[in-house]
Ligand binder design. Structure first.
Ligand SMILES: Nc1ncnc2c1ncn2[C@@H]1O[C@H](COP(=O)(O)OP(=O)(O)O)[C@@H](O)[C@H]1O
Ligand SMILES: [Mg+2]
Length: 227
């Protein structure tokens, strides 16, 4: 599902470059749930953006679903995201001028699906927001907004779900509910999930735990499979 070969990434700084990833190699197979854990500033978001084709690697190769991102142009990357990726951001990224329902149906409408609104409604039911379908993001709590964002990310049954600290802007209790929801929906669909977090408890729920530190990804050994 995901293959990283000698992936390196750095950002320009005044004097030298800020090294984020150094020669990272990683294989993630279909259906796996993988946590990327690391302190703030370690490059977790950068890694997810690279996986989503939203940021360009400095060197090395990123393969998603047997396609090498480096060989794809802007439109091809957008198509790949539309067809196969679901992305959940820390700060929800809903479109403020659209209702919850329209936020969820938009990706389906862009993809030209006929029953977009019906599917969006079903997905809103799954995240228990049927009563909020006609509310705008500003009329929803943080937890509700994130549930809409999750519904939007999963409505087209993506093969790969990328989540960037999805509970980072939520209180503890709401965050726990969101985590629960993400894992439940992921289990139902059998999609691959890469979850970026700095929370050990959330990381433990994943089958694999990878730690990002000084540009290297190191996997926890003997990580017990979640029950
Ligand atoms: N577009 C960018 N240009 C320059 N530096 C960046 C850019 N994006 C992130 N950084 C820097 O790269 C480092 C890693 O950022 P990030 O991937 O957001 O870390 P994390 O998500 O783990 O907190 C940080 O020091 C950040 O300031
Ligand atoms: Mg981040």
């Amino acid at each position: 599902m995901i293959e990283l070969k000698n992936l390196s990434m750095s950002y320009p700084m005044r004097q030298e470059r800020l090294q984020i990833l150094t020669d990272v190699n990683l294989t993630i197979t279909q259906g796996e749930t993988v946590a990327i854990i690391g302190p703030s500033g370690s490059g977790k978001t950068t890694l997810l953006l690279l996986l989503a084709g939203l940021e360009q690697a400095e060197s090395g190769e990123i393969k998603l679903i047997n396609e090498s991102l480096g060989t794809m142009d802007h439109d091809q990357l957008a198509d790949l995201r539309r067809d196969h990726l679901g992305i959940v951001f820390q700060s929800f990224h809903l479109i403020p001028s659209l209702t919850a329902l329209n936020n969820v149906s938009l990706p389906l409408e862009i993809a030209g699906q006929k029953d977009a609104r019906l599917k969006a409604r079903q997905m809103l039911n799954k995240v228990d927001l049927q009563e909020r379908a006609d509310h705008f993001p500003s009329q929803l709590s943080g937890g509700e907004q994130q549930r809409v964002a999750i519904a939007r990310a999963l409505v087209h049954s993506p093969k790969l779900v990328l989540a960037d600290e999805p509970t980072g802007n939520l209180d503890l209790h709401t965050g726990d509910r969101i985590t629960e929801l993400l894992f439940t929906l992921n289990e139902e669909s059998g999609s691959t999930m890469v979850m970026v977090t700095h929370d050990e408890q959330i990381a433990k729920r994943c089958q694999r735990v990878l730690r990002l530190h000084q540009g290297q990804l190191v996997e926890d050994e003997h990580h017990a499979l979640p029950a």
